[in-house]
Write a protein that binds this ligand. Structure first.
Ligand code: SAJ
Length: 446
């Protein structure tokens, strides 16, 4: 089948689609394509998820408006079904790949999942099939890994027997469906005609710009847009450290800086977690690993942001010493274990770094998080008898906390605020020894 014939089948919704990897990206994508009328096959390695999905049950945790209803509807209509079996892909015209692409402890992507998919997919690819990688990948991955592996496993040539594209996703937990429907997408094709064909597919579910380009551009755009955010956050964190040292309030500084045109200083805080921002800058860097490109800003920003949970430990150490308690012998309550406010997602959570560091020093740590299983329950009971409370995540539930009630159950009135949930003046007025990211001790005297 030619790309021209594929475009006609896509326009008539007769093309048979597949999504490999039914996680927080693949599942909503599969459901949305089924909703607009395509026959969609989902391939997922975890049999329990396949069973849930084929029963119309959404296996994704957290609040995802509309997803559970959408999934049960398209499964009931027979438009979407899931399998663990690659052989079922034999009749598929377009195959989207949405598997995880983490980096290892040396910040190198091993692409285990992607390599496994390409190895299994090659032998069953049908003539004219279009394979689109939606996962975030380092610049050069399509050229250096996807094409060679798929040609090797299929015994066929790209751009003759099958076609390859890269269309990075832009989802965010809590807004999966909304982001997929409303955010523009970069359609990177190995050939311009492939990019145009990708637009015909995505036009069915996306009401936003579909920007055709080549694969390397698409790879750089996605990793750079997240590296951009990481650098911006690191800048805010570095200004916060300066404010602490000189006795200013970074939140006031940020408010006034952002009154200057074209300034958008981000939020300083207790660290940067999640499945995208901590990883994607390393994917961008990996794209030039064999090139003579002196990367300074991207690694430095990662180092600044990775330091912030440890800075929280030092703020805690300082506050406890003012209260006459050594950190190593303290009982510490950590509020917030998710990586993001009002989320249950704990991937790459800065709180995990802080907790491990405190426990290594000998402190006793209790954790509370209203969203994370195992850490829920009555906050006051959980922090009872602690020498300090450290706020790592700005969960909505923490904002209305009664500081007098909190003080009454603590052994020492120490409060360390990583996300400016509380007002320092107010906390001090209520008898707390208060520390906050970005607010110098001296500024309280002004
Ligand atoms: N954070 C800060 N300061 C900020 C913003 C975030 O410390 O000013 C921290 C958060 O607490 C969190 C981490 O950074 O620990 C990441 O926060 P995030 O708001 O970037 O949330 P993510 O990780 O879900 O980012 C995703 C990304 N989307 C994709 O990769 C497709 C990111 O590019 C988006 O900008 C973000 O969602 C969004 O806000 O939509």
């Amino acid at each position: 089948m030619s790309l021209g014939e594929l475009r006609i089948k896509l326009e008539q919704k007769e093309a048979r689609l597949a999504v490999i990897g039914l996680g927080y990206v693949g599942l909503p994508v599969a459901a949305l394509l089924a909703e607009v009328g395509f026959d969609v096959l989902g391939v997922e390695i975890r049999g329990d998820r396949v069973e849930d999905i084929n029963r119309g049950v959404c296996p994704i945790e957290g609040v995802e408006p509309g997803l559970a209803e959408l999934l049960s509807g398209v499964v009931a209509s027979g438009k979407l079904r899931a399998t663990v079996n690659y052989d079922d892909l034999k009749d598929r015209d377009v195959i989207l790949i949405d598997v995880e692409t983490p980096v290892d402890e040396n910040n190198i992507p091993r692409y285990e999942a992607l390599r496994s998919v390409l190895k299994n997919l090659g032998p069953i690819l049908q003539p004219g099939a279009l394979v689109i990688v939606e996962s975030t990948i380092a610049p050069g991955t399509i050229r250096n890994i996807v094409v060679p592996l798929l040609e090797q496993s299929s015994g066929r040539k790209a751009n003759t027997f099958f076609y390859i594209g890269h269309c990075p996703e832009r989802v965010m937990p809590g807004k999966l469906l909304a982001n997929l429907r409303t955010l523009s997408r970069v359609c990177g094709g190995m050939t311009p005609e492939t990019a145009e064909t990708m637009k015909v597919l995505y036009r069915n579910m996306i009401d936003a710009d579909l920007d055709p380009t080549d694969c390397i551009t698409a790879e750089v755009v996605k990793t750079a847009e997240n590296a951009y955010r990481d650098v911006q956050i690191a800048f805010a964190n570095e200004v916060a450290l300066i404010c602490e040292a000189v006795g200013a309030d970074v939140w006031k500084v940020r408010e006034l800086v952002n009154k200057s045109p074209q300034r958008q200083m981000h939020l300083p805080g207790a660290g940067v977690g999640g499945h995208c921002i901590p990883k994607d800058p390393w994917l961008l860097a990996y794209g030039v690993k064999d090139k003579d490109v002196p990367l300074r800003i991207i690694p430095a920003a990662r180092a600044v942001n990775d330091y912030m949970p440890l800075h929280m430990r030092e703020l805690l150490r300082d506050a406890l010493s003012e209260a006459g308690r050594e950190l190593e012998r303290a009982r510490v309550a950590v509020l917030g274990y998710a990586y993001l406010e009002d989320s249950d997602d704990v991937r790459n959570s800065p709180s995990e770094v802080l907790v491990r560091s405190l426990q290594k020093l000998g402190a006793y740590v209790v954790i509370h998080d209203p969203w994370v299983e195992g850490y829920q329950g009555d906050l006051m009971e959980r922090v009872q008898g602690c020498d300090a409370v450290v706020v790592m995540v700005a969960h909505g539930a923490y904002r209305p906390l009664d500081l007098q009630a909190l003080k009454a159950v603590l052994r020492l009135p120490v409060l360390v605020d990583g996300r400016r949930v509380f007002d320092g003046e107010d906390a001090r007025a209520q008898g707390f020894i208060y520390r906050s990211v970005g607010r110098g001790k001296q500024e309280s005297g002004r």
